[in-house]
Design a protein around this ligand. Sequence first.
Ligand code: HEM
Length: 363
Amino acid sequence: MSSAAHFAGASPLDAHLARRAHRLASSKTRRPSPRATSSSRVASIAASVSGSGRPTARTHVDRGVAAEGIEVASAGAPSRFARRELFALAAAALASPAAMVPAGAANAAASAVDTPQARAALREALVANVVKTKAPAVLRLVFHDAGTRRVASDDGGANASVRFELSRPESFGLKRGLGPVTAVYEATRDGPASGLSFADVIAASGAYAVELTGGPEITSRLRFGRADATAADPENRMPGESASGEETRAAFSAMGYTLAETVCLAGAHTIGGKGFGEPYVFDNEYYKTLLVRPWDGVKNPGATKDDLEMGSHVGLTSDKNLAIDPPSLEVIERYARDQDLFFEDFAKVYLKMTESGATWRGA
Ligand code: HEM
């Protein structure tokens, strides 16, 4: 089991104490206040490549990597918010070790987590707090939370531990995604959706981000009741951005994904600033672009130096390497031909990703 604290079998008194500790923590939770943003606008020139292979547009994408303004976590140390949660857990543990419950579970004990009312309240919070321009960052956060999964050691995964991993090099820019997710979590602390854990909210926010940008509807198919971790997952588990196709396949295989699932998940890069079509449109341009390889002069002998320069900004090295990885290429071709199939498969693998390694409360 991961470091996620998951303790079943609490007595009514234990549960009561845990509930009190949790309420105390929740009642002191302030809404996040915007702090001065360092307006670090990084304009990346992304070539939007049409199915015909001609670069058709230059898109300046504000990646706004630095400024989030949410007191979620700071480098290396648990955030104030995280400390509150830890305090609640510690209080419950002092009362009785058996009473220690994951965040949100105390509320869950009082009311069922998954009700039509909870889903409606969650939906309202998603609509109010997740905007299209943050959708890519939110989806990326989901992957960073779940991508620590290791099947062999049966640990890591979709447990909200990403909150404790923000100082890691691979987490650069993740606060941008954590901001809206935290806002959704806080907006659901009172009312019918209060039993949702942070991990549930991460899963729902990413699903909504996909839907908001025109991808498949996944939110209604999500299951709720994940336990939240209280510490970071092990380090050095996220795939590298310079990985070869083989290395990417191996990394995802260690997380429990098949080749097709790996290539399908990678298609998430269709949104965001890497130049796979429009930054806020979830479609199959990722695959169409990988087939064209606009950075590759051998593949595109007619391309000008400028075309190739522009094409070089498209995708990460790991994306470019997938495009020349024969096993991956077969799947890329399939999804480039059939967007409906990509959407259908993406919904399935998204559900798998957001349940990978999850510990279910009450299970
Ligand atoms: C080989 C695997 C992967 C690597 C090495 C990787 C790495 C990265 C890096 C370095 C960025 C930042 C790019 C930039 O703006 O300069 C990024 C962005 C992004 N990643 Fe991945 N990623 C991988 C797989 C995934 C998966 C499986 C998902 C989700 C299912 C995902 C979702 C995203 C999204 C949506 C963005 C855009 C974020 C934004 O524009 O704010 N990535 N990825």
